[in-house]
Design a protein around this ligand. Structure first.
Ligand SMILES: Cc1ncc(C[n+]2csc(CCOP(=O)(O)OP(=O)(O)O)c2C)c(N)n1
Length: 267
């Protein structure tokens, strides 16, 4: 499946999955579907038949409230049966709303408490160097999550240790759960801040698959890299785009039908 088909299928799966729960994060999921699809279809070295391969690239979804996105991607790539997605957030399922690695092949690390994925990812990147392993580590954070001090500790650590196999990806949709980021902690200087600590950094349209592939495949020889993805929260569903009410709300009924038609390319 190419990245565009994968993103379309992930959006469809995620709409259906999140309709199982009372308060699911569909806006945050639609925001990152293109980034995650490009990573898994075109950028990362990974093998669904051998999820524990020590040389595999690692991906950590640090904004773990968007769990349905990674579960759907992994199922579509063949890590586990698609039928398992129907159990999402239901009793007895391993697919919790916030990401869990327990009994979910392909998930590297459980997340949901924001600010932790980057530190774990940087540790993995250092371990790769110490063990002389070729893998790279990709961590995806939200722009609101970038308010967390622990992320900036990681940035300093990764830069000082010249973790050139570490890539920080920021889903910069400019919203967080309670409003516009610029009114909470303004991070419009994010690129300059990352560069000042020693990261190499680019900004890219987070829904343009070609541009994403180029930026996400780019690594520096000595320094860690960051890709700031300019995204639209709720991307692909007209009534959800940039409408923060869909940060943590479930869609159902006629609106769900409309959303499914829209992500499939209809009206
Ligand atoms: C440590 C921590 N504090 C608060 C929350 C509650 N919370 C869940 S999502 C969210 C907003 C995250 O914003 P952003 O990173 O921009 O993600 P997006 O809204 O784009 O998905 C918050 C504060 C949390 N999950 N973890």
């Amino acid at each position: 499946m190419n990245s565009k088909e994968l993103a379309k299928q992930v959006r469809t799966d995620a709409l259906l999955m999140t309709s199982n729960g009372p308060a699911e994060h569909i806006g945050p999921i639609l925001s990152i579907a293109d980034i995650v699809a490009v990573l898994y279809a075109n950028v990362m070295k990974h093998d669904p038949k051998n999820p524990e391969n020590p040389s595999r690239d690692r991906f950590i979804l640090s904004k773990g409230h968007a769990g349905a996105c990674i579960y759907a991607t992994l199922a579509e790539c063949g890590y586990f049966e698609r039928e398992k997605l129907a159990g999402y957030v239901k009793n007895g399922s391993t697919l919790s709303g916030h990401v869990s690695h327990k009994n979910n092949p392909g998930v590297e690390f459980s997340t949901g408490s924001l600010g932790h994925g980057a530190g774990v990812g940087a540790g993995l990147a250092l371990a790769a160097r110490m063990d002389k392993k070729p893998f790279r580590v990709f961590v995806l954070c939200g722009n609101g999550e970038m308010n967390e001090g622990s992320i900036w500790e990681t940035v300093m650590f990764a830069a000082q240790n010249k973790l050139s196999n570490f890539k920080l990806i920021i889903d910069n949709n400019r919203l967080q759960c309670l409003g516009e980021s610029k009114n909470i902690i303004d991070m419009s200087n994010m690129k300059a801040s990352l560069e000042s600590f020693g990261f190499k950094c680019v900004s890219v349209n987070g829904h343009d698959h070609k541009a994403l592939e180029k930026a996400l495949s780019w690594f520096d020889k000595t320094q860690p890299t960051a890709v700031i993805c300019e995204t639209i929260k709720g991307k692909g569903v007209s009534f959800m785009e940039n409408n923060n009410i869909w940060h943590g709300k479930t869609v159902s009924g006629e609106l769900l039908e409309q959303a499914l038609r829209e992500v499939q390319g209809g009206k």
